[in-house]
Ligand binder design. Structure first.
Ligand code: ADP
Ligand code: MG
Length: 642
């Protein structure tokens, strides 16, 4: 068997995706590997296929129990001998694991990093041959990564204790340079083959909305998404509880997840979501690292997260199956202040770091927050903004984000800009410096107590923008900072200062135009694919296939997407296989799944064709009835848009 056979037979895929083959070849040649690929790119196959071809065992270190379990059930379903060892095993299961592992019965073993320094595990590692150690979510070793886990440092200690050196492969979706270097250094990768694939996720639509009322906007979006499954991220536990409760009161099927809930409730809620018993997961960022649920149709951020790394990772949980999916961020200025507060208070948690190191961490966090805020306030292409952040050159206009497809009003803000800049100037003249919100309040002529007590209401610029909405003033200030007409300092309480470019505006040399989005635009980009999906969603056969899939998932106690993805079911509708050979042609069907489920799906399809003779598959070389239907459906869908 070679890598292609394994890809087809066990995983049911026709082709390798970008980067997979190169990584696999390098591992098989015995070289260490560092793979940096976005969420959903297919990192698992990059180590699972070599694991099948190497002679010994592959040990996969993974940070979360739920992640391991999902991977192990997926592998087992595909006919690969895999198991995991973690604290959730009972004493009997534990002994059974070691008995079988020592007996070389598993090809792939998942372990939590905490396992590695137990004596039993070391004995086992010396007793068998571990050909490769794979470190998944490898950014957890880096203090500069967004989810540093001290227990990940045990991996290095473990490798050092072994009397032999396995191949080491490490994978992450975090692309920043410091994290990348840390992984290679800390894990002591030996001249690793390093591959970074494009971070673009073309099937994802990115949008930023600045709603007057976030909750109302959220419910509008959820109604639009119909019965799709999705995640709503909030910054705080309290936020999660409030939003989840309101959604349930308003008749949505929502559950919740945050670190303050009991382990029991967290497990239950997570499973309800994964098994499609609950449609919407409202959660803090504690939720998701272990979630490989492939049919997530949308990720809505109710608050702005603290940096772009987190945002791209969380949003990236949408559309892993390659289907069009939405990533929407609901933004307001309060989110920035909340994040600043969280960053300032984070220092108390990291007691192991020196005061200097803490200040360095805080500075980096603030810097990252600044870019996140830019993302929310920019009127340029959102996708290229993020890709540039990750160091990738990209197109200027992606055509699939709210900035590209939005209708903008190009507004002349020269006069406003002059007012804002002279306000900053006047304040500074008086020997004072203030942050964005105080400057906005002065311009607005706010009556807030602090402002009055400081005597700021006597400034000549006080109230000169009283006719302008405060949020418009704030976004104009943001725009001026982004375009370097104003500076925001890096200090603990960032304040506004004039920049070298400020004078141009005061002198009236520059005309300033800012794009202001009108409303959330309609998407056009994915509409053909969506029309196709809609067609299948309404087809009777597709519904029947889904029912069968649910029944099997319940029998086997696995989530539906582990049995087959929606894409595989649609391919069945297209190819209408009625025997095992035909079934084998369906994308996502490997030998094991063909043998296990082929008969049930084929007989369902055969019955369906018998009962619906008009839909019988056309002879070879001709377009099938279903395809013709689809064609006319597409035409109608296009026609009705005009
Ligand atoms: P990552 O770990 O990079 O976030 P996964 O390994 O979980 O991504 O893979 C995401 C999805 O992509 C899975 O549903 C997987 O079946 C699918 N996938 C991976 N490789 C291929 C391939 N070569 N062809 C088709 N689908 C693939
Ligand atoms: Mg993964």
């Amino acid at each position: 068997m070679d890598k292609y056979d394994i890809l087809r037979e066990f995983f049911g895929h026709e082709k390798f995706r970008n980067g997979q083959e190169e990584i696999i070849d390098n591992i098989l040649s015995g070289r260490d590997v560092l793979g940096i690929m976005p969420t959903g790119a297919g990192k698992s196959l990059c180590y699972q296929i070599p694991a099948m071809l190497l002679d010994g065992i592959t040990l996969v270190i993974s940070p979360l129990i739920s992640l391991m379990k999902d991977q192990v059930s997926s592998l087992t379903e595909s006919g690969i001998n895999a198991a995991c060892i973690n604290s959730s095993l009972g004493i009997q299961e534990y002994h059974e694991f070691f008995r079988r592992a020592n007996n070389n019965e598993y090809k792939i073993i998942y372990a939590a990093p905490e396992r590695l320094d137990t004596e039993e595990f070391l004995n086992f590692a010396e007793n068998v041959k571990i050909s490769m150690i794979t470190v998944d979510e490898a950014h957890c070793v880096s203090q500069w990564g967004q989810d540093f886990r001290p227990s990940y440092l045990r991996i290095v200690e473990f490798i050092d204790k072994l009397s032999y050196r396995p191949i080491i492969s490490a994978f992450t979706a975090t692309a920043t340079k410091s994290v990348k270097n840390d992984i290679a250094d800390i894990l002591k990768l030996a001249d690793p083959f390093t591959l970074t694939t494009g971070f673009d996720r073309k099937n994802l639509y990115f949008g930023v909305i600045k709603p007057n009322n976030k909750y109302i906007k959220l419910t509008e979006l959820l109604k639009k998404y119909g019965d799709k499954s999705g995640i709503v991220y909030c910054l705080s536990r309290k936020g999660v509880e409030e939003v989840c409760e309101k959604l349930n009161e308003d008749g949505f099927s929502a559950t919740r997840y945050h670190a303050g809930l009991s382990q029991e409730e967290r497990n239950k809620n997570q499973e309800d979501f994964i098994y499609d018993r609950k449609q919407i997961m409202v959660a803090t960022n504690a939720f998701g690292m272990g979630i490989d649920k492939s049919n997530v149709g949308f990720v809505i951020h109710y608050n702005m997260p603290k940096n772009i790394e987190s945002y791209y990772q969380e949003a990236g949980r949408a559309g892993r199956d390659g289907e069009p999916a939405d990533c929407i961020l609901l933004y307001n200025g309060q989110d920035v202040r909340t994040n600043q507060f969280l960053i300032d208070n984070n220092r108390d948690l990291n007691t192991e770091l020196s005061a200097e190191q803490l200040e360095e961490v805080r500075r980096k966090d603030m810097e990252r927050l600044k870019f996140m805020t830019y993302y929310c306030t920019t009127s340029d292409c959102l996708r290229s903004f993020m890709l540039r952040y990750f160091g990738e050159n990209s197109y200027a206009q992606c055509g699939n984000c709210s900035c590209c497809t939005g209708e903008f009003e190009l507004t002349d803000i020269t006069i406003d800009a002059q007012k804002i800049i002279s306000c900053v100037y006047r304040v500074h003249q008086k020997g004072r410096d203030y942050g964005k919100s105080m400057i906005a309040d002065i311009l607005k002529g706010s009556k807030n107590e602090k402002l009055i007590n400081l005597g700021l209401d006597t400034l000549s610029t006080y109230g000169i923008m009283s006719d302008t909405l405060i949020r418009v003033i704030r976004s104009e200030i943001d725009w001026l900072i982004q375009n370097e007409y104003l500076l925001l300092t890096d200090s603990e309480y960032p304040v506004l200062r004039l920049s070298a470019k400020s004078a141009d505006i005061l002198k009236g040399n520059t005309k300033i135009e800012m794009k202001i989005p009108k409303a959330l635009p309609k998407k056009e980009k994915n509409s053909k694919k969506e029309a196709e999906n809609q067609y299948y969603a309404e087809s009777g056969l597709f519904q029947k296939l889904r029912e069968l899939r649910s029944a099997i998932a319940a029998e086997e106690s696995v989530p539906a997407y582990i049995v087959f993805s929606d894409a595989a079911l649609r391919d069945m509708c297209r190819k209408l296989p009625v025997d095992i050979n035909g079934f084998y042609e369906v994308s996502g069907v490997g030998t094991r799944k063909a043998e296990k489920y082929g008969e049930r799906f084929c007989s369902l399809i055969a019955n369906y064709i018998r009962e619906n003779p008009n839909e019988e598959k056309a002879p070879q070389g001709e377009v099938s009835y279903l395809e013709r239907q689809l064609e006319s459906y597409r035409e109608n869908a296009v026609g009705s848009k005009r």
